[in-house]
Write a protein that binds this ligand. Structure first.
Ligand SMILES: O=P(O)(O)OC[C@H]1O[C@@H](O)[C@H](O)[C@@H](O)[C@@H]1O
Length: 246
């Protein structure tokens, strides 16, 4: 049914880049924030390689909680940034200060430009609803509720396990499976009965690590091979393609 194994009863959707066109918002905000730091921190005339919005985004920040993304990216440049405090102001060069800076850019963009959805993915989501499948969102983003609100998608989901829930419940972020497992538990289904829809390599890895029944990789940026290597059972450019499968 809907291109999924017959025993599946629940669909766990990532948000940014799967349902909504917000991966590009995060990508641009990370690029601006990180490059500003790298420019200021360049010393002895030695320039630091700028953030690559394709490979660095996919490898270090996509799908991961905000602070994990800051740590992983700077570690890739051999730089250890002090964690600081979660309440650090945005002008502080700590993991949390830098993360807050990036978040201000994301929130400004959402406020000013609104959020576009992927129409195909929403058509697929509605088809899963009509087929009687359970539906939930599992996203690292602490802006998930706001994005669902401005796109009018909130009521299509029974559960939301986002960056806020993960913080409250001490759940490890993707690529660890914790947030997906917590969501399956909330829905009262076993991981084997649930499908994970993910565009991030870290998210596909989380679905695999949680032993979910089926993992759909969503490739909108030409990284199908990486999604397959991370363990996707199938890779599509948009979930709507699954409607054409038996
Ligand atoms: O900073 P937020 O909104 O809590 O989002 C955390 C992460 O959420 C993920 O969904 C995105 O793929 C990342 O790019 C983003 O950094």
């Amino acid at each position: 049914m809907l291109g999924l194994p017959g025993d599946v009863t629940a669909c766990l959707f990532d948000l940014d880049g799967v349902l909504t066109q917000t991966a590009s918002v995060h990508r641009a905000a990370w690029q601006e924030t990180f490059n500003d730091c790298l420019k200021r921190w360049e010393h002895n005339g030695e320039p630091l390689a700028p953030f690559d919005p394709a490979s660095d985004y996919n490898d270090y920040v996509d799908g991961r909680p905000r602070a994990d993304g800051v740590r992983a990216f700077f570690a890739s440049r051999g730089i250890q940034v002090p964690d600081g405090d979660p309440d650090d102001p945005p002008d502080r060069d700590t993991v949390y200060g830098i993360g807050t800076r990036k978040n201000q850019i994301v929130q400004r963009r959402i406020r000013q430009d609104g959020v576009q959805v992927f129409e195909g993915a929403i058509a697929y989501l509605r088809a899963t609803q009509e087929a009687g499948l359970r539906r939930a969102v599992v996203s690292a983003s602490q802006n998930t509720r706001e994005v669902l609100r401005v796109t009018g998608l909130t009521d299509l989901f029974e559960e939301v396990v986002d960056g806020v829930v993960a913080k409250d419940e001490n759940l490890r972020g993707k690529p660890e499976p914790d947030t997906f497992l917590a969501c399956a538990k909330r829905l009262g289904v076993s991981p084997r009965q649930a499908v994970v829809f993910e565009d991030a390599v870290a998210g596909v890895a989380a679905g695999r690590a949680g032993d979910f029944g089926f993992v759909v990789g969503v490739d909108r940026v030409g990284h199908a091979e990486e999604l397959r290597r991370a363990g996707a059972d199938v890779v599509v450019e948009d979930p709507v393609e699954l409607l054409e499968r038996p």
